[in-house]
Write a protein that binds this ligand. Structure first.
Ligand code: NOJ
Length: 571
């Protein structure tokens, strides 16, 4: 993206100051190739020294993001929230969480980032809301059958005293999906539905207030210059109002709480709101669906722009598996004309450096356990190869904060400091997601590694490991062989190379050849080839005119195991 072009944009008045909002003169297709950096704000940089990351911290590090070479930032929820689920329990969409800052700072940040050529994407959480939101408090205070309760899913219990749950849906965080209310006189009352924690009651999307409120939220933030929204749990919003049990075999579109056909109408409404703004304001879905054709339906021209490609992210580090995923995702996207996204991790997922060093290199929430052995050197080597592989694939790229530093999962956090409901709700069997949410190491040789300003009164909200001195930004900037240097170089090449980002893609060898050799090699338009070696022996490179970048040095001109090379080629 060209900063000079941005600065010729139209002035739009926002809040108390004028903001340059991406004008239509700027590439309307920016999102098809963008590199989007995910900021988990609690853990990025702490500006005020209270141990929690904040907007001031992000503003102070915008230069870091510019130098890294990203086109946009996606912020996980920054709204007022009791943080029962790290902010995915929103109390007020129009207010910034006081630990993070104020609305005026968010406006300033959006403006400052855009001046550096970086767009802002925010998170919206439409499936549920905080139990501290005024709507839910009013619902609890109201009678069964009242209009206040209609915005949620309240139901009487089953059984003689109503003490059995209305159904047996299983929570995404393990355990039950229903919590029983207690009346003012202390007697047990109705139950309410929550697909996640009890602090996150599900909204009833058949209710016009729910639809209206969310479209107003979109307008509120688009008015402030945000370039897009990431839609949390996007396939869960609509429920079968009869709330039946989940059948053993579910026909497409007939699951009582997932991927129901009525969802598409909601997103068409959202797309109309987004399209009423100048520049291209995008909708990005968090959609976990095994059926890639159903997944792609959300990406039709009048619905979302893109969605997270979790299929690729979840696959093991094996050529055949990854090739199959790439093929099936590209094939599913082609008919709807949407670009794929490429994602190695996020704030919910085991860090790639750790995951790729294990016996089982795939990702699944259900299999996460404490004390799983990992070979961090191997995992880091593969994570470097994966970084180049994904950055060369066609479409947009997501980088979760800290992956560009090669941070491992922090697996030795004291149990009494864990915060994630996934840990608590699994009775301590699932280690939860805190290990990928540990505050960033910026500088110095011991915690807090520059995460908090010097002399800060408070320690980081989650403790950082003692052995991260080599992983700080300061240490890695100086080291041309570091993960950070690899990311910077790769994103620089990606930005300037006309074949990268969105565009044509061709495998170099047949599927059978690649499966047998354990190599994935593909060209991107004319003159660019990416090759990854998954096998345990060095492989020969295809003919090339120049080595653009490799994740480890070549050995006698061969590509070593678990590495990727980018080549300039004649054809
Ligand atoms: C997906 C988010 O990424 C995750 O962090 C959150 O816990 C759930 N949705 C519920 O909002």
């Amino acid at each position: 993206m060209d900063t000079a072009v941005l600065s010729t944009g139209t002035d739009q008045h926002v809040g108390s100051e004028s903001v340059l909002v991406s004008p239509s003169a700027v590439d309307p297709l920016w999102w098809r190739s963008a590199v989007i950096y995910q900021i988990y704000i609690r853990s990025f940089a702490d500006g005020n020294g209270d141990g929690t990351g904040d907007l001031a911290g992000v503003r102070s590090q915008l230069g870091y993001l510019r130098d890294l070479g990203v086109d946009a930032i996606w912020f996980t929820p920054w709204y007022a929230s009791p943080l029962a689920d790290g902010g995915y329990d929103v109390e007020d969409y129009l207010t910034i969480h006081p630990s993070f800052g104020e609305l005026a700072e968010a406006e300033a940040l959006i403006r400052e980032a855009l001046a550096l050529g970086i767009r802002t994407i925010i998170d919206v959480v439409p499936n549920h809301i905080s139990d501290q939101h005024p709507w839910f408090k009013a619902a609890l205070a109201a009678e069964p059958g009242s209009p206040e309760r209609e915005r949620f899913w309240f139901r009487p219990g089953r059984g003689t005293n109503g003490d059995e749950m209305p159904n047996h849906w299983v929570s995404n965080f393990s355990g039950d999906t229903w919590t029983r209310t207690t009346g003012a006189d202390g007697t047990p009352g109705e139950w309410y539905l929550h697909l996640f924690t009890p602090e996150q009651p599900d909204l009833n999307w058949n209710h016009p207030d729910v639809r209206r409120m969310h479209e107003d939220v979109l307008r509120f933030w688009f008015d402030r210059g945000v370039a897009g929204v990431r839609i949390d749990s996007a396939a869960l919003l609509v429920k079968d109002p009869a709330l039946p049990e989940v059948p053993d075999v579910v026909a497409p579109g007939e699951h009582p709480n997932t991927d129901r056909d009525e969802l598409h109408d909601i997103y068409r409404g959202w797309r109309a709101v987004a399209d009423s703004y100048d520049g291209t304001r995008i909708l990005v879905g968090e959609i976990w669906l095994p059926d890639v054709e159903r997944f792609a339906k959300y990406l039709r021209a009048d619905e979302m722009h893109t969605a997270f490609n979790f299929d690729f992210m979840s696959r093991p580090w094996r050529a055949g598996e990854l090739r199959e995923s790439i093929d099936s995702m590209l094939a599913a996207h082609a008919p709807v004309g949407a670009p794929s996204t490429w994602v190695l991790s996020n704030h919910d997922v085991t860090r790639p450096v750790t995951r790729y060093g294990r016996d089982d290199t795939s990702f699944a929430f259900a299999t996460k356990r404490f004390h799983t052995p990992t070979d961090r050197a191997l995992g880091t080597r593969r994570a470097r190869a994966a970084a180049l592989l994904t950055a060369a694939l066609p479409g947009s790229l997501y980088v979760y904060q800290g992956d560009e530093l090669g941070l491992p999962e922090a697996e030795e956090l004291p149990l009494d400091l864990l915060q994630d409901p996934m840990y608590f709700r699994s009775d301590g069997i699932d280690p939860g997601r805190d290990g990928c949410r540990v505050p960033m190491p910026w500088s110095g040789d011991k915690p807090p590694y520059g995460f908090t300003p010097s002399g800060a009164a408070s320690a980081p909200w989650l403790p950082q490991p003692d052995d991260w001195a080599d992983l700080t930004v300061e240490a890695q900037v100086r080291d041309s062989g570091s993960m950070l240097s690899l990311y910077r170089t790769a994103l620089g090449i990606r930005r300037s190379h006309p074949a990268l980002g969105d565009g044509p893609f061709t495998w170099l060898d047949s599927e059978e050849d690649e499966r047998n050799s354990g190599v994935l090699a593909f060209s991107r338009g004319l003159g660019f080839v990416s090759i990854t070696n998954f096998s345990d022996a060095p492989v020969t490179l295809p003919d090339y005119t120049r080595l653009l970048l490799s994740s480890v040095p070549l050995e006698n001109g061969l590509l070593p195991p678990d590495s990727t090379a980018w080549l300039r080629t004649q054809h």
